[in-house]
Design a protein around this ligand. Structure first.
Ligand SMILES: Cc1ncc(COP(=O)(O)O)c(C=O)c1O
Length: 380
């Protein structure tokens, strides 16, 4: 007899996983693959963070911590808001999480009921859609385009009818595009006045190449979600944070206690130390900046124009239609023929994504330079 299974598990998997599997099969035959499909830094966690973790292994019990994180880390994160954005944030508003992924789960649980409607830019990071779906929350795509740098505006949201929330990311994954100055604030004010919960994913802050990113932490109703995964190069440490509005501090605290008990203790130690590793992190960033330039030139030379301005993060989202309208097959040929792995836009926009490809440039400088050379000379 078939046992009962919840529909909750029936979410989409990532197509990029198929690309990674195909790449691994090629690598097993002894051929090299250049990985421009992955969205994680090729660097280790900064040295100071690793040393602090090693010391803690010897000296610290590393047991459970407070559900919303160790006081010293919460205080240091709060301080970062006055340093980086001149925004006053009290440590009580900081909740340390098991990566930003846990932050999304907690935020969605605390803000929305099953059946609520939450708007997401089309394209956007697929986990927003999938986590919301698992919680029976309806997602409403926002048809963003180049005229608004692929970011939603109050005018977009007005056109959607009743919505309960909106998730934004600037810089965005997959486009790297950012809100024009002042636009996140305008959106936050609109959301506040309409009773729409704004969730601002600021995970790519620190990795910007044209302008600095603005935070939504000065809104009294928005949730900011951030992480040590990208700028701080600590993906596998599973550590992130939220800046909460006052009304959500208590509900999130209770949900975090019950869902996770606490974020990992050793990662909290490393995360605190990472704030003192600015020089190393800025050196990583200058490598991304060089990679971005090299890859952008090669893609443009090959007729693959960025669909959105790649202002930040480590992605270039190109319109692949000069070569093919089937980017899934194009990515497969590119992998088979020149050993360059990239991700079809279908992961980020299930309806219209087959025209686009996301290239990531967080691999090593030599890998990105070699990928750029192969893309330039590829005759598909
Ligand atoms: C836009 C965005 N948000 C959130 C995440 C999740 O990051 P983590 O859970 O490692 O903090 C990612 C990972 O790629 C991402 O691209």
């Amino acid at each position: 007899m078939a046992l009962k299974q919840a529909q909750r598990g029936n979410v989409s998997s990532f197509l990029v996983m198929d690309v990674m599997r195909a790449a691994a099969e090629i690598e097993a035959t002894g051929k090299g693959v250049l990985h421009l499909e992955v969205g994680q830094p090729g660097f280790q966690a900064p040295k100071g963070a690793r040393l602090a973790a090693a010391r803690a292994l010897e000296e610290d019990t590393l047991g459970y911590t407070d559900a919303v994180g160790r006081p010293a880390l919460r205080a240091r994160i709060a301080e970062q808001y006055s340093e980086a954005y001149a925004v006053d944030v009290t440590p009580e508003r900081i909740s340390v999480t098991t990566g930003s992924s846990a932050g999304f789960l907690l935020a969605f649980l605390a803000c929305f009921e099953a059946g609520d409607r939450v708007a997401l830019a089309d394209p956007s990071y697929p986990c927003y859609r999938n986590i919301l779906k698992a919680l029976d929350i309806e997602t409403v795509p926002i048809p963003v385009g180049p005229e608004t740098r692929y970011q939603p505006t109050p005018e977009h949201l007005e056109a959607l009818g009743e919505i309960d929330g909106v998730v934004v990311a600037s810089p965005s994954n997959p486009t790297g595009a950012m809100f024009a100055p002042g636009e996140l604030g305008r959106l936050a004010r609109w959301c506040h006045s309409k009773g729409v919960r704004l969730i601002s994913d600021e995970i790519y802050h620190g990795l910007t190449y044209e302008q600095t990113a603005e935070t939504a932490a000065n809104s009294s109703s928005a949730i900011v979600i951030n992480s040590f995964s990208k700028y701080y190069a600590m993906t596998g440490w599973r550590i992130g944070w939220m800046v909460l509005p006052e009304d959500l501090i208590e509900p999130i605290n209770k949900l975090a206690q019950n869902f996770f008990i606490s974020p990992p203790a050793i990662s909290q130690v490393a995360a605190l130390a990472s704030f003192d590793c600015r020089e190393e992190l800025e050196a990583n960033k200058s490598i991304y900046a060089r990679n971005r330039k090299v890859l952008l030139e090669a893609l443009t030379d090959r007729g693959l124009q960025p669909a959105a301005p790649p202002d930040g993060a480590f992605y270039i989202y190109v319109d692949a239609s000069p070569l093919s309208n089937d980017s899934l097959s194009l990515c497969k040929s590119m992998l088979d023929e020149i050993g360059v792995a990239a991700t079809s836009g279908l992961d980020f926009q299930p309806i219209n994504g087959n025209r686009y490809i996301r290239f990531s440039f967080c691999a090593s400088e030599s890998d990105v330079a070699e990928a750029a050379r192969r893309i330039r000379t590829w005759r598909t």
